[in-house]
Design a protein around this ligand. Structure first.
Ligand SMILES: *Cc1c(COP(=O)(O)O)cnc(C)c1O
Length: 404
């Protein structure tokens, strides 16, 4: 099988995140001294000997066998991400959504049941409601703040997967992942986490009972708003092999140039995150003091649902959080948003630039009812100077006020 992870010669587990992201998945000694890995554009991979070809066919060839399974650059990034999370294997996909689909399609069959967090990324919900339902897989949505005891009552003999996303990327409820994972494992249910918000640096999924960690690497790992990528990390070879069988037939492999850009993004992940985190906290604190603001949803604030779990289980936060204001006329909202100088409207997040997005959680919930009497907005604090970001927000609030 082409996904053997090479043993790293020295153990680096006791090193700090800044060191790990700059060190893992690089081998200048094998690249004529070049600091960064090569990019191999390949469909066909040639075998030198009949023995090599036979080894490939028997799944015993140590290198890539075909472009659809990625090449050397993929192996290095896979290894880096696996090591960062304390896992053993990674599969790289062409988007975060394809990474999520890969996992659910690989592990579920007709008659199976999934427990899905109600705050899940909405295309993941669509996957369950459309494809999986048509394939005879049933999904039950649960409150992100459910206790392990309550979760137990939802587990059925046919429940195969518990999916968590902590915090949710719109409403930011933090989940009791270790508690829920223990309840799931007691009934042989696999735990899948969408770990995009925390990145591999701020939440260690395997230590917290997760079996499969999924990332939209599009966000902070790539970090420059120019690449779509997903990653599926496991620490169990058997599970990896199961996922790989589906990876082979769906063909969601990430492209070599994108893998290179993701590698490059990874090198600065730790320092970028520190700045995103610092700015977002400052903006969140400012927002808390504005009279129009009803609530700030930032996992590091005590007022955030599940904050105690964030404090217990995470080593940091990032630039993404939400807040809500009293209901406003559409024109007032447009006056605020259309003239922002730095906070631009757009999907995705995790790049160097700041973003603002109005959203309505109501249509994408079924087990819980987020407050409807308000306007929700999500912010991504980019790498601009926080004083400029604050000024932009202040001016936006002034335009909102001028309307009321
Ligand atoms: C963006 C995102 C995804 C999907 O990633 P894409 O690369 O856009 O397909 C999945 N989960 C979360 C939490 C996300 O924010």
């Amino acid at each position: 099988m082409p996904f053997l992870i090479r043993q790293i010669t020295e153990t680096m587990h006791n090193m700090q995140p800044e060191t790990l992201v700059t060190t893992l998945g690089r081998r200048p000694d094998r690249e004529q001294g070049a600091v960064n890995p090569p990019v191999h554009h390949a469909s066909t991979i040639l075998f030198k000997t009949l023995a090599d070809l036979e080894a490939a066919e028997a799944g015993r060839y140590a290198h890539s066998t075909y472009g659809r399974y990625g090449t050397e650059g993929h192996r290095l990034l896979e290894q880096a991400l696996a090591e960062l999370e304390g896992g053993s294997h990674t599969l790289l996909c062409g988007s975060g959504a394809s990474a999520v689909s890969l996992v659910l399609l690989a592990l579920l069959q007709q008659g199976d049941h999934v427990l899905m967090v109600d705050a899940v990324y909405s295309p993941t919900r669509d996957l369950c409601q459309r494809m999986l339902r048509h394939y005879g897989v049933e999904t039950t949505y649960y409150d992100p703040l459910i206790t392990p005891e309550e979760l137990q009552t939802l587990i059925r003999p046919e429940t195969r997967i518990l999916m968590v996303e902590s915090p949710g990327s719109l409403t930011f409820e933090v989940q009791d992942v270790p508690g829920l994972a223990a309840a799931a494992h007691a009934q042989d249910v696999l735990v899948v986490a969408d770990n995009t918000w925390a990145t591999p640096l701020h939440f260690s999924p395997f230590e917290k009972g997760v079996d499969i960690s999924v990332h939209a690497a599009t966000k902070y790992i790539c970090g420059h708003s120019d690449v779509m990528m997903g990653a599926v990390v496991t620490r169990n070879e058997k599970l990896h092999r199961t996922l790989f069988k589906t990876y082979k037939v769906l063909g969601p492999c990430a492209a070599p140039d994108d893998v290179y850009l993701a590698q490059r993004g990874l090198r600065t992940l730790a320092v970028r995150l520190q700045q995103h985190e610092r700015s977002a906290l400052q903006l969140a604190e400012w927002l808390q003091q504005q009279p129009e603001v009803l609530e700030v949803r930032h996992p590091a604030l005590e007022s955030c649902p599940g904050h105690a779990f964030w404090k217990r289980d995470f080593s940091g936060s990032c630039g993404l959080f939400a807040f809500s204001v009293q209901p406003v006329a559409r024109e007032a909202l447009a006056a605020m948003l259309d003239h922002m100088r730095l906070f631009k409207m757009g999907y995705s997040w995790g790049g160097y630039e700041s973003l603002i997005l109005p959203f309505d959680p109501q249509p994408i919930r079924s087990a819980t009812e987020p407050a409807a009497d308000r306007q929700w907005l999500r912010l991504h604090a980019g790498l601009e100077h926080v004083d400029d970001l604050l000024e932009d927000l202040q001016a936006g609030f002034a335009r909102l006020r001028a309307y009321g």
